[in-house]
Design a protein around this ligand. Structure first.
Ligand SMILES: [Fe+2]
Length: 295
């Protein structure tokens, strides 16, 4: 196994010659360290079936099935499928997922620690995922904003991005909204959390899921504060030119792991609707989302 640290615009590390079927415990421990400290680990030249992909996920934590079954791979509920393919046997997964700034499961009581992303069909152009390192975003915040968010909390909900299921056709919208609130009630986390492994301070919010900011006694703070945080962290830049944004592109055989506490991401969809399909396994690790001593 050879690990190359990427340079320039390309973040994280690239791993060559890693065979999950024959991986030494030391190599796996090394990869785990790199996920937390370098945030993105790209395993090159992978060729795994569904079972092997899930088995790899268990090396980094406990895989969790997505709460909505329509995303599940038909052979294994632990695999989330994003696909626009029309097969003779019918559709699997859900098309055009995640084209908004978010962290996976940020709206849930236990957000995922690590995401494993494994593209299967890549479009010829516009393939990749945008990322923002929210620890870096926190370090780059203006002193005014850093002061303003000390001791504050953000609230997160999936409500704006829950996708209508085929089985929901003809149901009243009000009933669906009430169901979303019941199944995925809003969560509250410190605006600045402390990463349990690296100790880094991470700005924990996203354009898709974060809808309010409040002080420690749950008094709402002005909406403009949240807008300013989204702006300064780069999430409102429609041209993706903000210095915090970087693009992870994919080659066939890439399997990408990232630290889902620190990075937020946004899928880059091909407007041509070319065939595209990716698989995902998401895991919880042995640590809480944030250290108890978080701001
Ligand atoms: Fe995602």
């Amino acid at each position: 196994m050879r690990i190359d640290t990427r340079t320039g615009d390309r973040r994280g590390v690239e791993v060559h010659g890693f065979d999950p079927a024959d991986a030494a415990a030391d190599d796996l421990a090394t990869l785990r360290r790199h996920i937390y400290h370098d945030k993105i680990v790209v395993l090159k030249g992978q060729s795994l079936d569904i079972t092997e992909f899930v088995a790899l996920g268990t090396e980094f934590g406990t895989p969790v099935p997505y709460y909505e079954p329509m995303y599940h791979h038909p052979d294994n509920e632990l695999v989330f499928v994003s696909s626009n393919l029309d097969r003779d046997t019918g559709r699997i997964g859900v098309p055009k997922t995640g084209a908004f700034w978010h962290s996976d499961y940020q709206f849930m009581p236990e957000p995922f620690a690590v995401t494993l992303f494994y593209p299967q069909r890549l479009p010829t152009a516009s393939r990749g995922t945008y990322f923002i390192d929210m620890a870096e975003a926190y370090r780059r915040l203006s002193p005014r904003l850093r002061d303003a968010i000390t001791g504050t909390y953000c609230k997160h909900s999936a409500r704006r991005y829950v996708k209508i299921r085929p089985s929901d056709v003809f149901r009243p919208l009000g009933e669906l909204i009430a169901e979303v609130e019941r199944k995925t009630p809003a969560q509250r986390w410190p605006t600045v959390m402390t990463h349990p492994v690296t100790g880094e301070q991470v700005l924990y919010l996203s354009e898709a899921f974060t809808y309010a900011i409040e002080d420690a006694s749950a008094t709402p703070l002005p909406e403009t504060l949240l807008t300013d945080l989204l702006t300064e962290s780069g999430q409102l830049d429609d041209r993706y030119e903000h210095e915090n944004i970087f693009l992870q592109s994919y080659e066939p055989g890439d399997l990408v792991l990232w630290d889902n506490r620190t990075l937020i991401h946004r899928a880059l969809h091909n407007p041509s609707n070319e065939a595209t399909e990716s698989l995902r396994v998401t895991v919880l690790d042995e640590y809480p989302l944030t250290r108890e001593d978080a701001a």
